[in-house]
Design a protein around this ligand. Sequence first.
Ligand SMILES: Cc1cc2nc3c(=O)[nH]c(=O)nc-3n(C[C@H](O)[C@H](O)[C@H](O)COP(=O)(O)O)c2cc1C
Length: 403
Amino acid sequence: MQTQAINNQEATGHQALRAVPAKSSLEAYNLADLRQQARKILPKGLFEYVDRGTENELALRTLRAALDRVMFRPHVFVDVSGRSTSTDFFGKPSAMPLAVAPTGAAGLLWFDGEIEVARAAQNMGVPFILSTASIVSMERVAAEAGGRLWFQLYMWSDRHLSMELVDRAKAAGYEALIVTVDTPVSPNREYNKHNGFSLPMRISRRNVLDVALHPRWFFNVLARYLMRSGVPSLENYPTSMRVRLDEPQTPFKCDSLNWDDLRQLRKKWNGPLIVKGILRADDAVRAYECGADAIVVSNHGGRNLDASVPPFTVLPDIIDTLAKRMDVWVDGGMSRGSDVVKAIAMGAKGALVGRGPLWGVACDGEPGARLALQIYKDEMDRVMAYVGASSVAALDRDLLHMA
Ligand SMILES: Cc1cc2nc3c(=O)[nH]c(=O)nc-3n(C[C@H](O)[C@H](O)[C@H](O)COP(=O)(O)O)c2cc1C
């Protein structure tokens, strides 16, 4: 791999010589370009699994509509020549107010894809959140990617199994724990059924044809897994539950999840504890009272409850109600740097981006995921210049206009 030494001062806050891997050769000027290229490479079932929402896709559509309703009222005559997108999360620097959202698919889009996306996040100086549902185990990601790693937890009805995961995350050195609370039961994604894309994975005429029409994905991803160790599995599952993806799985279902679980997690986890999937101010306050350090206002990228309110619409109320008692993050539908800038100006501490880095990794592994993050950064930088904000701290609600 072609490398060059650069001075990566912004991400670390101090002088450090780092080897930076070669740039992606992809021709993509925005995240929509990456999505289009990923669409050509991936089997339809897999592409739609990442891209789409649930049921009538109302939540997916309104995510974008809610972001588009917010516009900027820029300041002029501001010297922005020394601007920076850098910020800090839990007392440590981050090159931009953004982290890579947990997604259980990177390892299906690229061989050992979670390692590639985590490396991209490290190279861009932002945190990477590993999903419970990843193909690569949390231990391998920690050993082979490094960087700032946070672990996302799905609880099972058998709490002991979930607590084992928390112990493993602690032992592997994960910095923060994010518990996702918006998935009490499996979502109703009918397009997956139409596409024959399901767990356990089944061989059917339709999906054999789908894979045959996408040979690049077959040779680069599936064939490599088959040659290394056979059909992959969800490697974070405890050994008693870990099976290949073509065998019946224990689903992520915990419809008995309650506030006491959050209190138990607080007792167990000493580092930052984040609750992902809150859409109401009263729940946000409750999470704070149970000891959470931060929340992510999220409807799971429009993938779970179809008639759920767009996170961006409820964000100001949640932020105001919490009145700076804890950090508030937001995610869903952010496909431009301007979307992240809007979130921060509204008062969010940071944004999570899910599909963007996934399109990048599907196209080109680590360089592709890094390109996706670089696009967010370049777009944020440009928007900050336009609105007259030299720093993340200078972004506030006064810059926003609700259309
Ligand atoms: C393919 C895919 C898989 C996901 N898997 C998880 C997961 O395992 N855990 C989780 O908390 N959220 C998961 N999410 C939701 C993301 O963390 C995040 O909330 C969402 O993707 C944000 O929207 P965006 O993709 O439009 O940026 C997933 C999202 C996608 C697209």
